[in-house]
Design a protein around this ligand. Sequence first.
Ligand code: GDP
Length: 367
Amino acid sequence: MTERIHCFGCGVAIQTENKEELGYAPASSLEKETVICQRCFRLKHYNEVQDVSLTDDDFLKILNEIGRSDSLIVKIVDIFDFNGSWLPGLHRFTGKNKVLLIGNKVDLLPKSVNKQKVINWMKKEAKDLGLRPADVFLVSAQKGQSIKEVLEAIEYHREGKDVYVVGCTNVGKSTFINSVLKEVSGEENIITTSHFPGTTLDIIEIPLSDGKALVDTPGIINHHQMAHFVDKRDLKVITPKKEIKSRVFQLNEGQTLFFGGLARFDFTSGDRHSFVCYFSNELDIHRTKTENADALYEKHAGEMLTPPKRDEMEHFPKLIKHEFTIKEPKTDIVFSGLGWITVNEPNIKVSVYVPQGVHAMIRKSLI
Ligand code: GDP
């Protein structure tokens, strides 16, 4: 029987196959006397945390543990993909613990947007989804925007308790923690890692002034996010990096928009309407007649309608149609993880096509 090698830093079992997963270390490092996983390596040498993916099972264990603790929970969502990054069911685990809700990546929203309105919108959505946060913030972890404010709120609400930071992958949790680190420490090596009870997962702890800790929990993968259906190159196109410039289309009934080859929108019935599109500036939007749309997709998906690229089309899921009747003014039609279309006037019917497995929904407009 071969003995498993464990990381000297966090104790996780070392593996050399998958860089994205827990316990990865390059094969060459196994010859060293003490082996350390990539995550601990980065932490030790760059004071930088790295996200790892974990199974749903481990994630449930973590939530259970947090529910049993007496702590403050900081939940991070991606404001560009609010519903897709929500972590459904968290409220069932929080117990009596207070939750601070943080919408990250506010730098992506158009500058003209009223932040307080977005915060109010988040409060309302959270309530509808079953969570009543003690407070709500909009931050940019990347730009360091409003991080100080959040830290003050954490200090105020934690009432001398530990703090758990939770969020699904890609919401910017690592960037947030790194930004907090910059804010709270000049010193090195203030972070420690330890095992999460009941799992093989290591957690990262940042000590707080009173002996308590701010704990970075691993992020869960949300399988309904568009990110899981495209490859890394395409992810660059669909992930907005700067302020989103809205693109407005005046459409007649019977007109269609394609978002690359990733999604499609049909205006099925209603008077001429204005559709305000919030998608990554790099994603091409192509207008056509609905009657030609199927043939156009058949012929040009992977080329004119891209991403995905031609060579990925074979593995790309089929686009599935979802029909909606817009009954309320100021409604968003959401393509989970890709963007949304705002419709100001009601009484129309539309169809949304997204890859099988990706969510589409309508909501009260965010902006
Ligand atoms: P994690 O998986 O939740 O730890 O997320 P990361 O911290 O690795 O960030 C995921 C992606 O979002 C990366 O491409 C980051 O550069 C980006 N990101 C993180 N924070 C922000 C932010 O405040 N604004 C923007 N525009 N992007 C961000």
